[in-house]
Design a protein around this ligand. Structure first.
Ligand SMILES: C[S@@+](CC[C@H](N)C(=O)[O-])C[C@H]1O[C@@H](n2cnc3c(N)ncnc32)[C@H](O)[C@@H]1O
Length: 224
């Protein structure tokens, strides 16, 4: 499995996201797994940024009212709420390994949860706490750079999708990145999806910022 490429050179985005020392390291760790009071602040910061990016990713998945949609790494839960406002006859579900974000997202999605249309759980991308084949769409935005085993996570996403289901994995470049690095990471993620057995894998890039956000889309084909 190829490493994601960081803007610092040959490090991997994981290394970039989690420098090992100093205040930068502490903040980066919070974005990877928000905890405690600082985690709540980071969660609020996540919730105010980048509506256009989220809407672009969701538009690529063509979510419909009857869809059953899973988000992996939902942070504050803003995008879960966006999905719940579209998938009004289906289900909006989420998994995040931060107990703090689970609490925050349940609050963000209180309406859909009370209506029985949202199911927000604590868990990890590489061990998704949902049964096989229960979703029609799955997506993740700016969380893949923290996954310790991307291949295992993508196999898990494929497991919980129904045949004909779609996945979208998006990565928004950090400040110091550039278009070439962003696209190179898109190709790494596309190769991961193909290796996990997804079909019709394609790489999309947005023109929303100076550096494009990339999103790889894959299809879980029908069994032969
Ligand atoms: C940078 S935040 C992004 C949140 C949101 N998707 C957004 O775009 O604002 C990354 C989120 O992914 C979660 N996360 C990171 N690694 C994870 C893993 N292996 N399994 C589940 N959640 C994970 C973190 O807890 C955090 O809530």
């Amino acid at each position: 499995m190829n490493q994601l490429i960081s803007s610092d050179g040959d490090g991997g985005a994981l290394e970039e996201a989690c420098p090992t020392t100093g205040w930068k390291a502490r903040i980066a760790r919070q974005f990877g797994k928000p905890e405690g009071r600082m985690g709540r602040l980071v969660g609020h910061a996540m919730s105010v940024k980048n509506k256009a990016r989220s809407e672009w990713v969701l538009s690529l998945l063509e979510i419909e009212a009857v869809d059953r949609v899973l988000e992996i790494g939902f942070g504050s839960g803003r995008d879960l709420r966006r999905v719940a406002s579209i998938a009004t006859e289906g289900l909006t579900a989420g998994v995040d390994h931060s107990a703090e974000m689970v609490k925050m997202a349940r609050g963000t999605c209180i309406g859909a949860t009370l209506a029985g249309r949202a199911d927000i759980r604590l868990g990890s991308a590489d061990s998704i706490p949902f049964p096989d084949a229960c979703f029609t769409k799955a997506f993740s935005i700016n969380a893949v750079q923290f996954w310790r085993d991307r291949r295992a996570a993508m196999l898990e996403i494929r497991r919980v999708l129904r045949p004909g289901g779609l996945v979208g994995v998006a990565l928004e470049p950090r400040g110091a990145s550039n278009p070439e690095l962003a696209l190179a990471n898109g190709h790494v993620l596309a190769a991961d999806l193909e290796a996990a057995g997804f079909d019709d894998v394609r790489l999309e890039s947005s023109d929303l910022g100076r550096v494009p956000t990339v999103c790889v889309i894959g299809l879980k084909g029908d069994p032969e």
